[in-house]
Design a protein around this ligand. Structure first.
Ligand code: ADP
Length: 346
């Protein structure tokens, strides 16, 4: 049996794999490894295939000491970085000493881990700001302002606002975690959309009034039914209409337009589209891809001043995704923004 046949089994391994002999020469590599390193030439020193020092050192140490070694390999093209866990196992059966080296793509786990860390950092930061402010007021009321009733009244009003902010944040975090866990459950109920939009508008009436704005609903039919969870869809349109009132206050109204679509080209079926349109300042569309990320805000200060948590659109996106719908965001500076939600009709 020649070497080629002897090592033919490497082709069946579903990970990129190299066999390295006692002189750190590559004696076989499978097609996944050839693709990864852009060569199918066995025979050369491992440095001709891999140049990253950490990985080379893991392989040569494993060969020399016949002990398992692990390393990370990062491969970049101009757009993406792919991360591999490199496992080097001693393989004394090769030619006395040697190693089997596998490359497992761990990009998804690494990205998920990073996202989790960012999320925890963001939440801590968001909670710390009102908490620090509350602590400051408590200390002032216990110290320099002790017994000053006027100051106490003023401080307590601000403290109550800060506590409300924390409350909103925790409520939104719970909503987000709930919609994330329910995302894969298909709705069994049917919801009447027009009546639901009217209740959204009613519940936002005080907010609209204080901004001197109105919410106007237009629908081709008095009733439009579709599958969904009423509470969740209420939340979608409440969040969007509330944003329209908050960020579109240069206009005098927010429009909720219901449009029936015979066949949505992307969903591939009959759908209902609701356009939540404001007539405010709008924004540059370059922000659109990131707008539904948690805590992404165009203007941090403005969002906070208006009581925003930075989670509203992330919640909307999850709920819409959960009912297999989609979102479309369009905006024009100086003209206004339109957040469209397209939901399957059946
Ligand atoms: P927030 O609690 O900050 O409002 P959202 O997730 O609801 O969080 O929205 C994220 C960001 O998107 C907002 O901070 C704001 O910058 C921007 N945004 C959302 N809706 C609109 C809108 N109708 N017009 C302009 N900007 C908007």
């Amino acid at each position: 049996m020649d070497e080629r046949d002897e090592f033919a089994w490497v082709n069946a391994v579903p990970l990129a794999l190299l066999l390295v002999n006692g002189r750190s020469q590559v004696i076989a590599l499978n097609p996944l490894a050839s693709e990864l390193f852009g060569t199918d030439q066995a025979g050369g020193h491992v440095v001709t295939v891999i140049r990253q020092p950490d990985v080379l050192s893991a392989i040569t140490t494993c060969v020399d000491q016949q002990r398992p070694r692990e390393a990370r390999l990062s491969i970049r093209d101009h757009v993406h970085e792919t991360l591999y866990r490199v496992l080097c196992q001693p393989a004394p059966y090769l030619d006395g000493v040697g190693a089997v080296v596998t490359f497992e793509d761990v990009t998804v786990e690494a990205t998920a881990g990073q996202m989790r860390r960012d999320f925890v950092a963001n939440v801590s930061h968001e909670l710390r700001t009102p908490l620090t402010s509350l602590q400051g007021f408590i200390e002032t009321l216990q110290g320099p302002a002790r017994g000053d009733l006027n100051a106490a009244d003023r401080f307590l009003a601000t403290m109550s606002k800060e506590a409300e902010r924390m409350n909103r944040l925790v409520t939104d975090l719970l909503s987000l975690s709930q919609v994330e866990s329910e995302e894969r459950v298909r709705p069994t109920e049917r919801v009447e959309l027009v009546g639901m939009l009217q209740s959204v508008a009613r519940s936002l009436e005080p907010t609209a009034k204080s901004a001197d704005m109105t919410i106007e609903i237009k629908s081709p039919k008095p009733e439009v039914w579709l599958p969904g969870d009423e509470d969740q869809l209420m939340q979608v349109f409440t969040n969007l209409a509330e944003n329209g009132l908050k960020y579109g206050s240069d206009g005098d109204r927010v429009d909720l337009n219901v449009i029936e679509i015979h066949r949505d080209p992307i969903l591939g079926q009959a759908a209902v589209k609701v356009d939540v349109q404001d007539h405010g300042q709008g924004f540059d569309e370059m922000h659109v891809p990131r707008l539904t990320e948690r805590f992404y805000r165009l203007d941090d200060h403005r969002s906070r001043a208006l009581g925003g948590t930075g989670l509203g659109l992330a919640i909307v996106k999850h709920i819409v995704g959960g009912v297999k719908g989609r979102m479309r965001i369009q905006s024009k500076v100086g003209v206004g923004s339109c957040f469209s939600v397209i939901l399957p009709k059946t």
